[in-house]
Design a protein around this ligand. Structure first.
Ligand code: DX5
Ligand code: ZN
Length: 222
């Protein structure tokens, strides 16, 4: 299991220092939420901030685009240094073309489904996915409660990927904490995104261990 702390819950006044602290604590990924105030009600940050952070960080930048018409901005996020771009199935006119465009540049590509979107929406694009992301809250804000049906969706996605020969990792994003971690890992999740539950309990190295211990207690059933 990879833990990807969501920068949304970090100290926005000291992002560079936060990224350094994550690296020092043994984290390898950071999840960066981009929100446009249209696809979701909230607004966060864009390519210039990511580009600046890229200069001093070796973390894997998992960039989650909660924006309408993401195809218009892919080049800018790739130029900014994203390692992976995750777009929403609900906001892409042509999801397959958008994923192909991301991959053409050598950047990894992912697709996310909001809670009301069935995982089968991703069925036809499985070969184009490096990551399939299940939203376990309605996108837009950190600190929301985990939707209990989410492990079931992860299980369904795991089955679909197996049937279709997909290589994507399964990410889960929203309300993830050490209590639901064993259920998500058992259902087949590979990458867990955590904002508030991670950042609210420093030191980060110890908090990472809380999640890893919880994951180790899971019995994979999928
Ligand atoms: C929500 C974001 C999440 C969020 C997770 O729209 O995509 O990445 O930051 O934060 P928590 O873990 O607090 O739900
Ligand atoms: Zn996210």
């Amino acid at each position: 299991m990879i833990l990807a702390p969501s920068l949304l819950s970090a100290d926005f006044g000291n992002l560079e220092r936060e990224l350094r602290s994550l690296e020092d604590a043994g984290l390898t990924w950071v999840h960066i939420d981009v929100m446009d105030g249209c696809f979701v009600p909230n607004i966060t940050l864009g390519p210039p901030v990511i580009k600046r952070l890229r200069k001093n960080s070796r973390l894997f930048f998992d960039v989650h685009l909660m924006i309408i018409a993401p195809e218009r901005h892919i080049a800018a996020f790739i130029d900014a240094g994203a390692d992976m771009l995750v777009v929403h199935a609900e906001s892409c006119a042509r999801l397959d073309d958008t994923l192909r465009e991301i991959r053409r540049s050598g950047t990894m590509a992912g697709a996310a489904v909001s809670p009301d979107t069935p995982v089968r929406t991703l069925e036809t694009v499985v070969p184009l996915l490096d990551s399939a992301l299940v939203m376990s809250v309605h996108p837009g804000f950190g600190g929301q409660s985990f939707i209990p049906e989410s492990p079931g969706k992860v299980r369904e996605l795991r089955t679909m990927l197996r049937e279709r020969g997909g290589q994507a990792v399964i990410e889960v994003d929203g309300g993830v904490d050490p209590d639901n971690t064993p259920h998500l890992v058992a259902a087949g999740a590979d990458v867990l995104v955590s904002g508030s539950a991670f950042f609210s309990r420093p030191p980060y190295a110890a908090r990472l261990q809380d999640f890893l211990r919880a994951a180790a207690g899971a019995r994979p059933d999928a």
